[in-house]
Structure formats: C-alpha cells, structure tokens
Ligand binder design. Sequence first.
Ligand SMILES: [Zn+2]
Ligand SMILES: [Zn+2]
Length: 310
Amino acid sequence: MDKKKRIKSSYKTCKICNRICYTRRFQRGFENWTSGNVDIDKFIQDNQLLSHDDLGNILEWIPYDKFYDIEHIANDRYQANWIDGNIIDWDIKNKNWKRKGQNMIIVLKKLNNLKDITVEFMNEIDIAYGITQNPKTKDYIIVLDNKCKKCNDTCYSIHFRQNFNNWTSGNDNIDKFIQDTQLSTHNSVKEVLEWIPYDKFYDKFYGITHIVENEFKANWIDGNIWDWDNNNQNWKRKNQNMIVVLKKLNNPKHFKLEFMNEINIAYGITQNPETKDYMMILKNIKLEMMILINIFKILSYQLIKIWKKH
Ligand SMILES: [Zn+2]
Ligand SMILES: [Zn+2]
C-alpha cells in the first residue's frame, strides 16, 4: 500500500469500534516516526493497533531528547525525567494526544535481545511506556514507569531492585537467588531474603558462638525488614540486636534445597570473611525458648531468695 492510500484508509472509522478509535489515531501517526529498526517499529505498531478504546498498556516510540537528568541507578538501569509524560486520551481540539505526568521520573533499561522483544517486555515487572534509543551508544532502551505492573504502585519489589547495585555476595547464583526473593515481595516482606554483611553480627559476651555442628549464635545489629519508610527512603527494621543462628550452607551449588528444607524462618545470607563459608541467617525458635527458660530460671531463683528473706 502506498503512503497516500494508507493515510486515507486510516481516516475511516474502525470496523470493530464503529468510530475513529485510538487504533485509528495511532495508525495515522505511523508515518511520523520510526525507530530505525523494522522489528521494533512492528512491535510498537502492533501494540498500538490493538488499543481501540484502551490505552492501558500502550507503547510509543519516544525520542531520546525527551529525557533529561539521566542518572545511573542499578545494574543496567538509569533514571530520568520524561518531558511529555504518558498518553491518556486523544485531544480532538488540538488533534494530538492528551498526556499526563509531565517531567515524571521514569526508568530506562537497555533492550538486550532485539530478536525477542516480546519476551523482554513480558518479563518486565514495571509498566512500560515505550522504546527509545541512545543516539551515542545506539542501544535501544525500554522506557519504564517506576511502578510495578502487578501492583500498579511502587511496591517493595521496586524498592529492593533499586538497591541491587549496592550489594553482592560475590557469588552470582546466590545474588540471583536473593534478588528473586526480593522481586517477588510486592506487598509482603515476610519471606524476603537479604544479603547481610558479616560485620552486622556480634555477640555481646563471647563473640560469635558455636552452638552445634555448623551452627553459630550471634546478635544481628540491624534486625529484620518489615516495611518501607518513604520519608527516609530506606527500610524500616525491627528486632534490633536480636539473636539469630548462622548456619553454614554445606553445598553452595545446591543451596536452594537447603533453604527449602530449612524449617526456621530465614532472613538472609552472609559470608564469614575468614573461612569464606556462606551462611543462612535463621530465626531459631529453639534458641529463643532456651533463653526464655533461662531468664525464667534466674527470675524464679531471685524470687525464691526474696521470699526466703521474708
Ligand atoms: Zn477500534
Ligand atoms: Zn509489585
């Protein structure tokens, strides 16, 4: 179809909607942009052709100069401000798209596999707005909201991901394992694991104490995560200085199984810098019981003493 015919046909009402729907509006715009890559053009066009009366998951080609204050945040991600904001409706008066969220903060993430764009978009947990290209590196980049697709909000998963660049266990499999638990938190941090540096543990009396084969007892300075603090832009924690058990991971290759078989609540993984052993951080109910029993014994002993004096 030549250019004239295509434009003309796009002025017709949509057969499905029986009016000039969003699909038709996008179709008319096809002549006005290109990504320079046939597959990407087709991917965006196909998405737009499916819109009809719904702009919920709409994607567009966004020129790179629509972004400013681009800043590296994590792994392959950058944060930036988007001048125009996202499409919310068609403005009949101005014959253009109505937008909201001007200068909103978005996330730019490099498209790694141009042959499988659909899969990359499907695997993304954030709401996507479109694709752009860095004119210097020529990299194609997905433009993402800083919001989770599932929650339609900046949920725990997003906060954890923003911190991926700031820690590593030194072992890719362990990093990935911890990251996966963090990415699946969404609105509950109950089962989340974190990487905890070894110097966050101490023992007030004896140093980190050996209890049984491959298990040690220690106090954990920070305590566990229970919520996100928007004011401080950091995690809220509780149980500071709680006693935990550090249990050696016997087989770093099959550590997932060890976690699955563990009956106690796990808080994370650490590494003894001397032995290089990786260790699970566990809440030990048995140990807590023993401490409670000891406190009870001491208290009752004191009470008996006081009682005998009278
Ligand atoms: Zn339609
Ligand atoms: Zn979420």
